[in-house]
Ligand binder design. Structure first.
Ligand SMILES: [Zn+2]
Length: 149
């Protein structure tokens, strides 16, 4: 149990430091994905269907329909990862829409900070432990009669 408690304490410390050291609105890994998608999106052409639907044309790959309300794309990356795919980012680059508004909340550093704000404290020395009285007693199986058959 002490090994598990110690492991969780290390994870909490590492993740809290990562969240506090990040100056972006999302985690470092997601920021990397967004930047890669932005680079891929540079050559994409965007044609609005309406304010919600956009057709993104990628040379040699075809057309992708992006729905900004449902946060979906025909490539399926947008809805699976809940991170804007390159097709969605092509839309954001040509409109006033903000990429971070379309990233799931659990990738945001504010969520990460809230998750790891509490600390995992070490246990006191074993001599200072206060055991419950029931732990000193021996538990016996219940007195029941075995039914026939
Ligand atoms: Zn896509």
């Amino acid at each position: 149990m002490e090994g598990l408690r110690s492991l969780v304490q290390k994870w909490e410390w590492k993740n809290r430091n990562e969240a506090n050291g990040t100056f972006t609105q999302v985690t470092i890994d997601v920021e990397t994905v967004l930047r890669e998608n932005f680079v891929r999106a540079i050559t994409f052409q965007v044609f609005p269907v309406n304010t919600i639907l956009y057709q993104v044309v990628v040379e040699d790959k075809g057309n992708f329909l992006v729905n900004l309300i449902e946060k979906t794309c025909e490539c399926n990356r947008f809805q699976q990862d809940e991170i804007p795919c390159a097709h969605a980012i092509a839309i954001f680059a040509k409109t006033q829409l903000k990429t971070y508004d379309y990233v799931a909340d659990y990738y945001k550093t504010t969520t990460m900070k809230a998750t790891y704000e509490s600390a995992v404290h070490p246990l006191p020395n074993e001599s200072e432990w206060k055991l419950l009285e029931t732990l000193d007693k021996i538990s016996l199986p219940p007195k029941t009669r075995k039914p026939p058959g």
